[in-house]
Design a protein around this ligand. Structure first.
Ligand code: 5GP
Length: 362
C-alpha cells in the first residue's frame, strides 16, 4: 500500500463533487441543518452509508449539490480535492466538473468555473500548477519537477487541468454553452469536455450537436460509456470515436471487439464499478481482459469521496486482485501520461518524473 502511495500517479477521471471529503460534507450538512434547510441527522446517515447502487449515487449527487453549490463552497472543495490528490503523489490531475447555473445563488456556468479557478489558486502546501503562466519565474520548461520527488523542495507539485462535464439532464443548448465555455477557458486550464450524469436519463442525440461542436473546435472529449447496457448508445459512442472513454462496463462481444480495435484509451474505475454494479466483482472486472489485450488503460477513482477510495488504493486493488508486479503497476501509471489531454510541454515534465523514478527507484 505504501508503495502505491509513493508511486507518482496520473488521475484522468475524477468528478469534483464526487471527490469531496466526508468530513467536509458533514460540516456543510451541519451548517445547513442549523439553518433549517435540511435535516442534518437524515443527511448524515446518507453521507456515512457504505455501498451505494447507481441510482442511489445520483440521488446523492443532488444532495451534494445542495451542500456545495455556492461560490465559496465550490472554491473550498476544489482546494481540498486538489490537496488530497497531491498528498498521495498524484502528479497530474484532470478534474472534471459540471458548470452549473443556479439563479438563486446568482451563479452562472462561468461564475461557477471562476469559483473553481479560485480554489485551484488557493491550494496551499502544494505547488498546484494550473496553467503555465503561473509557473514561478525561476521555473523554465527545461526544469522538471523531479526535484520535488527528491525532497529538494518541500512542496509537492501537481499539474491540474480541468474538464467541463455536460450533464445528461441538460438540453442541447445548455450542452453547447458548456462547450463554448470550455473554448473560452482554454487558456485557463480547461483541456476537454466530458459527458456524464445519470446514464438512464437523456438521449445521445441531445448531446451530439455539442459534442460535434467540440470536435470541430479541436477540444478533446471523454465520454461515460456503457454504464448500463444501452446498445444503441454504446454503438453511437464507439462510432463517435472520442479521445477517451470512461467505465465501458456493459459491452457485448461485438462491442468489446470494436472497442479493442479502436484503441481508444479507457479510464478504469474499479471500486466505482463494483460498488454501483457495473462490474460483478473486482475479480471479474473487465480490467483483466483489457489489460491482457494490451488495451490503453488508466486507473482512476471516479468519485473518491463517494466511494471512499483513493488513486493509491485503486493501484493497490489492481495489484492484489490481478497479481500485477510493481514494474507493471509503474508502467500503468507511466502510460497514463500519454492519454492526458494536456499539451506536450507538460507531458515532457511528467515523462521526466517517471523516468527519474524509474532510474532512482521508489
Ligand atoms: P460535478 O460535476 O458536480 O463536480 O460532479 C458530480 C457529477 O458528476 C454528478 O452529478 C454526475 O453528473 C457526474 N458523475 C459522477 N460520478 C459519475 C458516474 O460514476 N457516472 C456518471 N455517469 N456520472 C457521474
Amino acid at each position: 500500500r505504501e508503495w502505491c502511495v509513493a508511486l507518482p500517479k496520473v488521475e484522468l477521471h475524477a468528478h469534483l463533487n464526487g471527490s469531496v471529503r466526508d468530513s467536509t460534507l458533514l460540516e456543510l450538512a451541519k451548517q445547513l441543518g442549523d439553518r433549517g434547510v435540511i435535516v442534518f441527522e437524515d443527511v448524515k446517515d446518507v453521507i456515512m452509508k457504505n455501498g451505494r447502487s447507481l441510482p442511489e449515487c445520483f440521488k446523492l449527487f443532488d444532495l451534494f449539490h445542495i451542500l456545495t453549490t455556492d461560490h465559496d463552497t465550490v472554491t473550498r472543495i476544489t482546494k481540498e480535492v486538489v490537496g488530497d490528490f497531491a498528498a498521495e503523489n498524484v502528479v497530474y490531475l484532470e478534474i472534471r466538473t459540471t458548470p452549473k447555473n443556479n439563479e438563486a445563488k446568482g451563479m452562472t456556468k462561468r461564475s461557477y468555473m471562476n469559483a473553481v479557478l479560485k480554489g485551484l489558486k488557493a491550494v496551499e502546501d502544494v505547488d498546484a500548477v494550473l496553467f503555465d503562466s503561473i509557473l514561478r519565474p525561476d521555473e523554465t520548461l527545461s526544469r522538471t519537477p523531479v526535484g520535488d520527488l527528491d525532497g529538494v523542495t518541500k512542496k509537492k507539485k501537481i499539474y491540474v487541468r480541468l474538464l467541463l462535464s455536460i450533464d445528461r439532464r441538460e438540453t442541447t443548448s445548455a450542452a453547447l454553452d458548456t462547450v463554448n465555455l470550455a473554448m473560452e477557458m482554454k487558456d485557463q486550464g480547461v483541456v476537454g469536455i466530458d459527458l456524464s450524469g445519470n446514464p438512464v436519463v437523456g438521449e445521445w442525440e441531445t448531446y451530439l450537436p455539442a459534442l460535434e461542436h467540440a470536435k470541430e473546435l479541436g477540444i478533446p472529449i471523454t465520454i461515460h460509456c456503457g454504464e448500463v447496457p444501452n446498445r444503441k448508445e454504446i454503438q453511437a459512442v464507439l462510432d463517435f470515436c472520442p479521445q477517451r472513454l470512461g467505465h465501458v462496463c456493459c459491452l457485448n462481444d461485438e462491442e468489446w471487439k470494436k472497442l479493442k480495435s479502436s484503441m481508444i484509451p479507457v479510464e478504469i474505475c474499479l471500486t466505482s464499478n463494483v460498488m454501483t454494479g457495473g462490474a460483478p466483482s473486482l475479480e471479474l472486472h473487465h480490467f483483466a481482459d483489457l489489460y491482457n489485450a494490451k488495451h490503453p488503460l488508466s486507473l482512476c477513482t471516479d468519485d473518491s469521496g463517494l466511494f471512499s477510495t483513493s488513486l493509491s488504493n485503486e493501484y493497490y486493488l489492481v495489484a492484489s486482485t490481478f497479481s500485477l508486479s510493481k514494474a507493471e503497476l509503474f508502467r500503468l501509471a507511466q502510460g497514463a501520461v500519454e492519454f492526458a489531454f494536456v499539451d506536450d510541454e507538460v507531458k515532457k515534465f511528467l515523462r521526466a518524473v517517471f523516468e527519474h523514478v524509474a532510474r532512482k527507484g521508489l
